[in-house]
Design a protein around this ligand. Structure first.
Ligand SMILES: [Zn+2]
Length: 354
């Protein structure tokens, strides 16, 4: 190797070099290699271009380090998350995408071949970030966080990136990985990348022949559309969820973004259906709360629609007939602003207990 490098005018640094034996065997043979008379240390993992390659290639070490790095960066979001003075949701989500998800995206095409159990460690990062951005409680379902913020779950986001890469290679026959992805047989050159791409194309019901002639921008749009169809199907057929009653279709809601940060949090909690008034008992391990006046279990529809404690404000703003305030939390409701007035009017008893 030393002769080869010197014949090409290169010289490897022996102090920066090490040996990794890539094998899944527990007992690997001892290796004794030296470079320029310097014996190279045998290690179980090595960092190359920001990616930690471990000897078993299961990416466990890389993902653990990535998670540690992201948890440190989450502190920035926490610092900006004040109820009265904090940054708004738009700013926090932008910060999450640029400051955290960007480092999760780096090399995700490579480490995406790790087992789902190992990859799930990274889901914690996005879940926690979305909780901070929305102000949702810890008890809020994870699916609700993704739908409320219109952010794609990390697994599907990673799949989208792998498929974008697949089509980028497919459109460029001279690409270094072109032979790996186009190999017709799953023989010696069949790789996990090829297998992953094939299974993803099948999962999202994508036919490469329909897309390969399109420009890359159109391919990206089609991939996003296919992923969205799967996500919508999962949301529609998933377990019962309070947010789904208000938001059956996956889309961005303009009313989720408010100038008042406290109002943003209150609206998100009411829509998700998990508020301090209704779900704090889960953290204190107490029995579920009962409304002292109505003698009924407290939930968000009860607080907004039926609770006698707020009947005066409700009748004043919505009229004397029973009015479904809860249903008007939706983005397109003509009475949405009246709901906000109702919340501000009951500031001490309702708004501040959410
Ligand atoms: Zn009540």
């Amino acid at each position: 190797m030393a002769d080869w490098s010197e014949s090409r005018g290169l010289r490897f640094s022996s102090t920066k070099s090490s040996v990794v034996n890539f094998t899944r065997k527990r007992c690997s043979p001892s290796i004794n290699l030296s470079l320029y008379g310097h014996r190279l240390p045998v290690v179980t993992s090595v960092k190359f271009l920001g990616i930690i390659l471990d000897s078993k290639l299961n990416w466990c070490h890389h993902i653990t380090e990535l998670k540690k790095k992201c948890l440190g960066r989450l502190n920035l979001l926490k610092m900006l998350n004040g109820s009265s003075w904090g940054a708004d949701r738009k700013c926090l989500l932008r910060l999450y995408k640029t400051h955290l998800r960007s480092i999760l995206d780096y090399s995700s095409i490579i480490y995406g071949s790790a087992s789902s159990g190992i990859l799930q460690k990274l889901d914690v990062i996005q879940n926690q970030a979305l909780r901070i951005c929305t102000g949702a409680l810890r008890s809020s379902p994870i699916s609700s966080l993704h739908v409320e913020t219109n952010i794609v779950p990390l697994t599907h986001h990673r799949s989208g990136q792998i498929l974008r890469y697949y089509f980028k290679v497919l459109k460029n026959p001279t690409h270094i990985n072109a032979y790996r992805l186009n190999c017709p047989t799953q023989s010696s050159c069949s790789t996990t990348l090829q297998e992953i791409c094939r299974s993803l194309l099948h999962f999202y019901d994508i036919s490469p022949s329909n897309l390969e002639d399109l420009p890359m921008k159109a391919i990206h749009q089609q991939l996003d559309h296919s992923i969205n169809i799967v996500l919508q199907c999962q949301w529609t057929n998933g377990p019962s969820n309070k947010l789904r009653l208000l938001k059956p279709t996956l889309e961005e809601w303009s009313t989720s973004y408010q100038e008042n940060r406290k109002l943003e949090k209150v609206l998100a909690r009411l829509r998700i259906g998990h508020t301090i008034a209704t779900h704090q008992y889960l953290f204190t391990r107490s029995p579920p709360p009962i409304c002292a006046r109505c003698e009924i279990l407290i939930d968000v529809p009860h607080l907004l629609n039926d609770c006698q404690n707020f009947s005066i404000s409700r009748e004043l703003l919505f009229g004397f007939s029973p009015f479904p305030v809860y249903n008007n939390l939706t983005n397109t409701s003509p009475k949405f602003n009246t709901v906000v007035q109702f919340l501000f009017r009951e500031k001490s008893a309702l708004y501040n207990s959410i």
